[in-house]
Structures are given as C-alpha cells and as structure tokens.
Ligand binder design. Structure first.
Ligand code: UD1
Ligand code: UDP
Length: 373
C-alpha cells in the first residue's frame, strides 16, 4: 500500500484538493491517504472543509492575524517535519502557488517523498506579479517529481524550463471537478443566506466582486474601490455584492471607501456553495482571484480581472475574461460597457471552459496508480 499525504492551507487550495481527496478515498485499496492542513487560512479554510466534509488527520493551525511571509514560511517547513516523520508518505501532494504549497513541497522533498504538484506550470515570468505566487510556483516546480498541469499552455511552460515531458500530465483543472460536483447541489438546496440575499436583490442586475492579491494592496485597492464607488453612484439600479476577504489589508480600504453606499453590500466571505450560487446569479464578475477566473466561464459569466498580467491566458484568449488592471477609469468603463452593450455582453457570456472537463482528479489518481503498479 502506497502512502499519500495531501497538504494544503488556504481556501482555494482546499476547494481544488477536495475532489482529489474523494478520488483517493475511492481507491483506498491502493493508497493510504491522509490530509494535513497547515491552516494558513482558518475560517475561510474551515468553510470549505465543512462543505466537503473533510476531516484532516493533521491540523497545524498556523494562521496568525496579519501574518507575514517570513514567519509563515518557516513555521510550515518546521511544523510539517513531525507529520512527515510519523506518516512517512511515499507521495506528498501540494497545490498551486501559495506559501503553503512552496514550503510544504520543500519539507516533503527533505523527507524523501516524491512531490506531486497539482495546477503545475502556471507562469507570468514576472517575479513580482503575482507576488509571491510566481516564485512559489517556480520553486515548487524545482522539487516536484510529477507535474499535473491543467492545460497544454501550462505544460509548455514547464517544458521551456527543461522539465522532463514524461513527468508532466495534462489533466484539466480540479477546480472544475469541484464546481461540477457542487453546482447541482447548490441549485437544489439553496441555503437560508442565499434565499434572503435573493429576496433583497429582487430583479436587479448583480455585479459580484472579490479581491485580495498582495500586489494590489495599498494604491491598487484604493483605485479598485474608487471604481466600484463610481459604478454604484452612476448606476443606482445595479447592485454590487462584495464578499470581503479577511485579510486586514483588504478589509480596511474596502470598509473605508465602500462602507456607506446603498447599493453596495459588503459581506463576510461566502461559503463555497453560496459563492457558486452568487456567481450564477451575477451578471458580471470583477475579481483578481485565480479560482474565480477559472470557474466563471463554466457559468457563462463575463469576468473583468483586476491584474496587469495573468498566468491564466486561456480564458482571455477564449474571450470570457478581460484584464483591466487596477486603473479606476478602465475598471469603470469596462464594467459599464458590459452592462450597456448587449452584443459585447453576449459575446463574453459564451459558456466555454478552457480549464477542464471535470475529470481531472480521475486522471491524476489513474496516473499515480499506473506509476506504482
Ligand atoms: C493567500 C495566498 C494567496 C491566495 C489567497 C487565497 C500566500 C502568500 N498567499 O493570500 O496566494 O491566493 O490566500 O485567498 O500564500 N485571514 C483570516 N482568516 C482566514 C484567512 C485569512 O483572518 O481564514 C487573515 C489573517 O489576518 C491572515 C491574513 O488574512 O494573517 C492573510 O492571510 P494569508 O494567507 O497570509 O494571505 P492571503 O492574502 O489570504
Ligand atoms: N470563494 C468562496 N467564497 C467567497 C469568494 C470565493 O468560496 O466569498 C471561492 C471561489 O469559488 C474560488 C475560490 O474561493 O473557488 C477562490 O479563492 P481566492 O479568490 O481566495 O483565491 P485564489 O483563487 O485567487 O488563489
């Protein structure tokens, strides 16, 4: 029996690892799997664990309010050591590009386990955008043995870095597995919160917003909030719902600039199923989130991405995403164009998802099974 340790720490990693955990559970005759959460996030992670009914065997409980990268990185590397020494995994699975990803891949490498990287090969080749994620992913790729790339473009990025093509497997993104496994349930069983939000929204066009990227903290967030304020004032009929990320550097400008505007609702982060419902209800989405950019095309929602550069060019090429940066005028103009120009809106709403078919986790576990047989 081969031993698999799945490590993650933040909300998006949890969402994208959840269907993989379910897939390993179906293959318990071949793999003994355990889950370790660093809890780089706490409340936002727990929301996801609860929805997918995941009970980690190890919880490092590392989140500190206003944590910095030095403390978090070193804590993860150190606190994973006893877990690795006790369980002695053959394979350590990490996801994406967070500090948890990078630090646990290094710990796993030190332990002698083979490192399996989900969502491998995303690149901007700009060291500072996204910060520190671009470097987190590059470091993780250096210690990874099996690279599970979501798309051909991500596979090609890895090949350019001289990674052996035999170790790269294109699977699609597991975020689509999670979405497909959840969306029907969400529509069938809307939560009380969602029902009451729906009543408040009536028939108003909905603009859904999320944002958290470190490189946007400060001036970027000021501009983003000013743009949302302008849209809200110019168009009182539009309702803006913004589930605010719990990072204090996000909460402060958002509450200060948008706190007292009638048609803007600032709410706590939504549980995953409520967020999916909200995406489905929205007319357009403005975000700097990686995961939201990947999910929205499946729901046929146009997305404006508040970033200058992206490691997810596929949806831009497919025409469902526009990069708007953090410039106030650009965000405002592009958002209003989508509300006003029906032909432009229809073009961007086409339901094509370049990120996957919902079968990524099956492909990942099948590959691993074949590699151990
Ligand atoms: C982290 C990841 C980022 C990912 C994002 C997803 C790094 C460096 N950043 O950014 O790549 O896109 O998560 O959301 O790995 N907080 C809470 N409760 C929570 C979560 C966060 O209070 O459940 C607050 C805490 O004060 C915490 C702060 O937010 O210290 C920052 O959390 P952190 O994980 O360091 O950064 P994020 O901005 O969330
Ligand atoms: N999400 C959520 N509740 C929210 C906002 C987002 O469950 O209030 C989900 C969303 O569906 C997506 C993921 O969280 O799957 C994205 O997380 P985030 O934007 O924090 O991180 P990123 O994807 O940018 O790393």
């Amino acid at each position: 029996m081969k031993k698999v340790l799945i490590v993650f720490g933040t909300r998006p990693e949890a969402i994208k690892m959840a269907p993989l955990i379910k897939e390993f559970e179906k293959n318990s005759d071949v793999f003994e799997m355990r889950v370790c959460v660093t809890a780089q996030h706490r409340e936002m992670l727990d929301q996801v664990l609860s929805f997918f009914d995941i009970k980690p065997q190890y919880d490092l409980d590392l989140m500190k309010p206003g944590q910095d990268l030095y403390g978090l990185t070193s804590a993860i590397i150190l606190e994973l050591k006893p877990v690795l020494e006790e369980f002695k995994p053959d394979f350590v699975f990490v996801h994406g590009d967070t500090t948890t990803t990078m630090a646990s891949s290094i710990s796993g490498f030190y332990s002698g386990a083979k490192i399996c990287h989900i969502e491998a090969g995303l690149r901007t080749f700009n060291k500072y955008a996204p910060f520190p994620e671009e470097i987190n992913r590059q470091i993780t790729s250096r210690v990874t043995d099996f690279h599970f790339a979501p798309t051909e473009a991500s596979r090609n990025n890895l090949i350019k870095e001289n990674i052996d093509p035999k170790t790269i497997i294109v699977t699609g993104n597991t975020v689509i597995d999670a979405l497909f496994q959840s969306v029907e349930k969400v529509k069938r069983e809307p939560s009380k919160l969602v029902k009451s939000l729906d009543q408040k929204l009536k028939n108003s066009p909905l603009l859904l917003v999320t944002g958290h990227r470190r490189e946007n903290h400060g001036e970027g967030f000021e501009q983003i909030c000013e743009a949302l304020k302008t849209i809200a004032i110019l168009r009182p009929e539009i309702k803006i719902v913004y589930p605010v990320h719990l990072n204090p550097k996000v909460i402060e400008p958002v509450n200060r600039i948008l706190g007292k505007i009638d048609n803007i609702s600032l709410i706590e982060p939504l549980a995953y199923h409520d967020f999916i419902w909200m995406m489905d209800r929205a007319k357009i989405i403005i975000t700097d989130s990686g995961g939201v950019q990947e999910e929205a095309p499946s729901l046929g929602k146009p997305v404006l991405v508040m970033r200058e550069t992206t490691e997810r060019p596929e949806a831009v090429d497919a025409g469902t995403v526009i990069l708007v940066g953090t410039n106030k005028e650009k965000i405002t103009n592009e958002a209003l164009a989508l509300f006003d120009d029906t032909i432009h809106f229809e073009k961007m709403s086409n339901r094509h998802n370049p990120y996957g078919d919902g079968l990524a986790c099956g492909k990942i576990v099948k590959f691993l099974k074949e590699s151990v047989e």
